[in-house]
Design a protein around this ligand. Structure first.
Ligand code: ADP
Ligand code: 5GP
Length: 204
Protein backbone atom coordinates (compact mmCIF):
# COMPACT_ATOMS: atom_id res chain seq x y z
CA UNK A 1 0.00 0.00 0.00
CA UNK A 2 1.37 3.41 -0.94
CA UNK A 3 1.36 5.80 2.03
CA UNK A 4 -0.22 9.07 0.95
CA UNK A 5 -0.81 12.39 2.58
CA UNK A 6 -4.03 14.19 1.75
CA UNK A 7 -4.24 16.40 -1.33
CA UNK A 8 -4.41 20.17 -1.18
CA UNK A 9 -7.17 21.66 -3.36
CA UNK A 10 -7.53 25.33 -4.18
CA UNK A 11 -11.03 26.20 -5.36
CA UNK A 12 -11.39 29.66 -6.88
CA UNK A 13 -14.20 31.42 -8.71
CA UNK A 14 -15.46 34.95 -9.20
CA UNK A 15 -17.39 35.96 -6.09
CA UNK A 16 -21.01 34.77 -6.33
CA UNK A 17 -20.31 31.82 -8.67
CA UNK A 18 -21.23 29.30 -5.99
CA UNK A 19 -17.93 28.00 -4.65
CA UNK A 20 -19.07 28.27 -1.02
CA UNK A 21 -22.17 26.24 -1.87
CA UNK A 22 -20.07 23.66 -3.72
CA UNK A 23 -17.48 23.43 -0.92
CA UNK A 24 -20.28 22.79 1.60
CA UNK A 25 -21.34 19.77 -0.49
CA UNK A 26 -17.78 18.46 -0.80
CA UNK A 27 -17.32 18.76 2.97
CA UNK A 28 -20.04 16.17 3.56
CA UNK A 29 -17.34 13.61 2.73
CA UNK A 30 -15.28 13.06 5.93
CA UNK A 31 -12.02 12.75 3.95
CA UNK A 32 -12.39 16.41 2.92
CA UNK A 33 -11.52 19.13 5.37
CA UNK A 34 -11.79 22.90 5.08
CA UNK A 35 -9.15 25.50 5.77
CA UNK A 36 -10.77 28.30 7.76
CA UNK A 37 -9.29 31.58 6.55
CA UNK A 38 -8.63 34.71 8.54
CA UNK A 39 -10.24 37.94 7.37
CA UNK A 40 -10.75 41.56 8.33
CA UNK A 41 -14.21 41.51 6.66
CA UNK A 42 -17.27 41.97 8.88
CA UNK A 43 -19.18 38.71 9.50
CA UNK A 44 -22.34 38.22 7.40
CA UNK A 45 -25.53 37.21 9.11
CA UNK A 46 -25.25 33.57 10.14
CA UNK A 47 -21.46 33.37 9.75
CA UNK A 48 -19.66 31.88 12.75
CA UNK A 49 -16.17 32.84 13.98
CA UNK A 50 -13.90 29.77 13.66
CA UNK A 51 -16.25 27.96 11.28
CA UNK A 52 -16.64 30.32 8.31
CA UNK A 53 -13.69 32.60 9.03
CA UNK A 54 -11.56 33.84 11.87
CA UNK A 55 -12.77 37.45 11.96
CA UNK A 56 -9.97 39.71 13.15
CA UNK A 57 -8.96 43.36 13.15
CA UNK A 58 -6.52 44.72 10.56
CA UNK A 59 -3.89 45.01 13.35
CA UNK A 60 -4.27 41.35 14.32
CA UNK A 61 -4.10 40.34 10.67
CA UNK A 62 -0.90 42.31 10.09
CA UNK A 63 0.78 40.83 13.14
CA UNK A 64 -0.04 37.37 11.74
CA UNK A 65 1.62 38.36 8.45
CA UNK A 66 4.69 39.54 10.35
CA UNK A 67 4.82 36.30 12.34
CA UNK A 68 4.85 34.33 9.05
CA UNK A 69 1.62 32.51 9.94
CA UNK A 70 0.07 32.53 6.46
CA UNK A 71 0.49 30.12 3.57
CA UNK A 72 -0.82 32.99 1.42
CA UNK A 73 -2.73 36.20 1.90
CA UNK A 74 -4.32 38.82 -0.33
CA UNK A 75 -6.46 41.93 -0.27
CA UNK A 76 -9.93 41.61 -1.81
CA UNK A 77 -12.61 44.29 -1.97
CA UNK A 78 -10.80 46.39 0.69
CA UNK A 79 -10.45 43.50 3.14
CA UNK A 80 -7.55 41.20 3.96
CA UNK A 81 -7.90 37.42 3.68
CA UNK A 82 -5.32 34.76 4.50
CA UNK A 83 -4.82 31.01 4.88
CA UNK A 84 -3.32 29.96 8.25
CA UNK A 85 -0.37 27.69 7.38
CA UNK A 86 0.02 25.41 10.42
CA UNK A 87 -3.51 24.05 10.33
CA UNK A 88 -3.34 23.18 6.63
CA UNK A 89 -0.10 21.22 7.08
CA UNK A 90 -1.49 19.34 10.11
CA UNK A 91 -4.66 18.32 8.26
CA UNK A 92 -2.66 17.07 5.26
CA UNK A 93 -0.45 15.00 7.59
CA UNK A 94 -3.63 13.43 8.98
CA UNK A 95 -4.31 12.36 5.37
CA UNK A 96 -7.29 14.64 4.93
CA UNK A 97 -7.82 16.49 1.69
CA UNK A 98 -7.74 20.18 2.48
CA UNK A 99 -9.94 22.56 0.50
CA UNK A 100 -9.01 26.24 0.25
CA UNK A 101 -11.82 28.52 -0.93
CA UNK A 102 -9.59 31.42 -1.93
CA UNK A 103 -9.19 33.94 -4.72
CA UNK A 104 -6.92 33.56 -7.75
CA UNK A 105 -4.11 35.74 -6.35
CA UNK A 106 -4.01 33.47 -3.29
CA UNK A 107 -4.26 30.32 -5.42
CA UNK A 108 -1.18 31.31 -7.40
CA UNK A 109 0.77 31.98 -4.20
CA UNK A 110 -0.19 28.52 -2.90
CA UNK A 111 0.98 26.89 -6.15
CA UNK A 112 4.38 28.60 -5.71
CA UNK A 113 4.74 27.53 -2.08
CA UNK A 114 3.31 24.02 -2.61
CA UNK A 115 3.55 22.98 -6.28
CA UNK A 116 1.68 19.74 -5.54
CA UNK A 117 -1.51 21.75 -4.83
CA UNK A 118 -4.34 21.11 -7.29
CA UNK A 119 -6.02 24.27 -8.58
CA UNK A 120 -9.67 24.15 -9.67
CA UNK A 121 -11.41 27.14 -11.23
CA UNK A 122 -15.19 27.39 -11.26
CA UNK A 123 -16.85 29.60 -13.87
CA UNK A 124 -20.33 31.12 -13.72
CA UNK A 125 -22.52 30.27 -16.75
CA UNK A 126 -22.37 33.98 -17.74
CA UNK A 127 -21.70 37.38 -16.15
CA UNK A 128 -25.44 38.07 -16.27
CA UNK A 129 -26.11 34.94 -14.21
CA UNK A 130 -23.26 35.92 -11.87
CA UNK A 131 -24.95 39.25 -11.23
CA UNK A 132 -28.25 37.59 -10.51
CA UNK A 133 -26.60 35.12 -8.05
CA UNK A 134 -24.78 37.94 -6.24
CA UNK A 135 -27.94 40.03 -6.05
CA UNK A 136 -30.00 36.97 -5.06
CA UNK A 137 -27.61 36.16 -2.21
CA UNK A 138 -28.41 39.57 -0.83
CA UNK A 139 -25.34 39.84 1.39
CA UNK A 140 -23.65 42.81 -0.26
CA UNK A 141 -24.78 46.36 -0.98
CA UNK A 142 -25.35 47.35 -4.64
CA UNK A 143 -21.99 49.11 -4.63
CA UNK A 144 -20.19 46.02 -3.31
CA UNK A 145 -21.95 43.81 -5.88
CA UNK A 146 -20.55 46.08 -8.63
CA UNK A 147 -17.06 45.83 -7.14
CA UNK A 148 -17.26 42.02 -7.11
CA UNK A 149 -18.61 41.91 -10.68
CA UNK A 150 -15.84 44.27 -11.79
CA UNK A 151 -13.22 41.84 -10.47
CA UNK A 152 -14.81 38.76 -12.13
CA UNK A 153 -13.26 39.18 -15.57
CA UNK A 154 -9.80 39.86 -14.08
CA UNK A 155 -10.02 36.53 -12.28
CA UNK A 156 -11.35 34.67 -15.34
CA UNK A 157 -8.37 35.97 -17.36
CA UNK A 158 -6.02 33.98 -15.09
CA UNK A 159 -7.77 30.67 -15.67
CA UNK A 160 -4.81 29.38 -17.73
CA UNK A 161 -2.77 29.13 -14.51
CA UNK A 162 -5.22 26.60 -13.07
CA UNK A 163 -5.18 22.79 -13.47
CA UNK A 164 -8.92 22.25 -13.99
CA UNK A 165 -11.94 24.36 -14.82
CA UNK A 166 -15.67 23.73 -14.90
CA UNK A 167 -18.90 25.71 -15.11
CA UNK A 168 -21.30 25.85 -12.18
CA UNK A 169 -24.51 25.71 -14.18
CA UNK A 170 -26.29 22.78 -12.57
CA UNK A 171 -25.05 22.54 -8.97
CA UNK A 172 -25.16 18.71 -8.73
CA UNK A 173 -23.16 18.30 -11.95
CA UNK A 174 -20.56 20.81 -10.77
CA UNK A 175 -20.13 18.93 -7.47
CA UNK A 176 -19.96 15.61 -9.33
CA UNK A 177 -17.26 16.99 -11.66
CA UNK A 178 -15.13 18.06 -8.71
CA UNK A 179 -15.60 14.69 -7.03
CA UNK A 180 -14.33 13.07 -10.26
CA UNK A 181 -11.24 15.30 -10.22
CA UNK A 182 -10.64 14.34 -6.59
CA UNK A 183 -10.99 10.64 -7.36
CA UNK A 184 -8.53 10.88 -10.25
CA UNK A 185 -6.05 12.89 -8.16
CA UNK A 186 -6.25 10.38 -5.30
CA UNK A 187 -5.13 7.68 -7.76
CA UNK A 188 -2.21 9.68 -9.21
CA UNK A 189 1.17 7.94 -8.79
CA UNK A 190 2.80 9.99 -6.04
CA UNK A 191 6.13 11.73 -6.65
CA UNK A 192 7.67 9.79 -3.73
CA UNK A 193 7.19 6.52 -5.68
CA UNK A 194 9.05 7.94 -8.66
CA UNK A 195 11.93 8.93 -6.35
CA UNK A 196 12.17 5.37 -4.98
CA UNK A 197 12.30 3.94 -8.51
CA UNK A 198 14.99 6.45 -9.51
CA UNK A 199 17.12 5.40 -6.53
CA UNK A 200 17.14 1.75 -7.70
CA UNK A 201 17.68 2.70 -11.33
CA UNK A 202 20.87 4.54 -10.37
CA UNK A 203 22.38 1.23 -9.18
CA UNK A 204 21.90 -0.57 -12.51
P1 ADP B 1 -19.36 32.22 -3.70
O1 ADP B 1 -18.93 31.42 -2.50
O2 ADP B 1 -18.69 31.76 -4.97
O3 ADP B 1 -19.24 33.70 -3.51
P2 ADP B 1 -22.08 31.27 -3.01
O4 ADP B 1 -21.82 29.82 -2.76
O5 ADP B 1 -22.34 32.16 -1.86
O6 ADP B 1 -20.93 31.93 -3.96
O7 ADP B 1 -23.31 31.33 -4.06
C1 ADP B 1 -23.84 32.58 -4.50
C2 ADP B 1 -25.36 32.43 -4.69
O8 ADP B 1 -25.61 31.59 -5.83
C3 ADP B 1 -26.04 31.75 -3.50
O9 ADP B 1 -27.27 32.40 -3.27
C4 ADP B 1 -26.23 30.31 -3.96
O10 ADP B 1 -27.35 29.70 -3.35
C5 ADP B 1 -26.44 30.47 -5.46
N1 ADP B 1 -25.98 29.32 -6.28
C6 ADP B 1 -24.90 28.54 -6.09
N2 ADP B 1 -24.78 27.59 -7.06
C7 ADP B 1 -25.84 27.78 -7.89
C8 ADP B 1 -26.32 27.12 -9.09
N3 ADP B 1 -25.66 26.09 -9.62
N4 ADP B 1 -27.43 27.57 -9.67
C9 ADP B 1 -28.11 28.63 -9.14
N5 ADP B 1 -27.74 29.31 -8.01
C10 ADP B 1 -26.62 28.89 -7.39
P1 5GP C 1 -16.15 36.56 0.74
O1 5GP C 1 -15.97 37.93 1.30
O2 5GP C 1 -17.24 36.50 -0.31
O3 5GP C 1 -16.27 35.49 1.79
O4 5GP C 1 -14.79 36.23 -0.05
C1 5GP C 1 -14.30 37.12 -1.00
C2 5GP C 1 -13.17 36.46 -1.79
O5 5GP C 1 -12.07 36.20 -0.92
C3 5GP C 1 -13.57 35.10 -2.39
O6 5GP C 1 -13.05 35.02 -3.71
C4 5GP C 1 -12.89 34.11 -1.50
O7 5GP C 1 -12.59 32.90 -2.17
C5 5GP C 1 -11.63 34.87 -1.14
N1 5GP C 1 -10.97 34.35 0.06
C6 5GP C 1 -11.54 33.80 1.16
N2 5GP C 1 -10.59 33.40 2.02
C7 5GP C 1 -9.40 33.69 1.44
C8 5GP C 1 -8.03 33.49 1.84
O8 5GP C 1 -7.70 32.96 2.89
N3 5GP C 1 -7.09 33.94 0.98
C9 5GP C 1 -7.39 34.53 -0.21
N4 5GP C 1 -6.37 34.90 -0.99
N5 5GP C 1 -8.65 34.73 -0.62
C10 5GP C 1 -9.64 34.31 0.20
Amino acid sequence: MIRRKGNLYVISAPSGTGKGTICAELLKDPVNDFSVSMTTREPREGEVHGRDYFFVTREEFISNIEAGNFLEHAENFDNLYGTPKEMVLKKLERRHNVILDIDVKGGLQVKKAMPEAILIFILPPSLTELRSRLEGRGTESAEKVEKRLGEALNEIRLIGEYDYCLINDDLDSAVENIRSIMTAESLRVPESVRQIIRKYEQEV
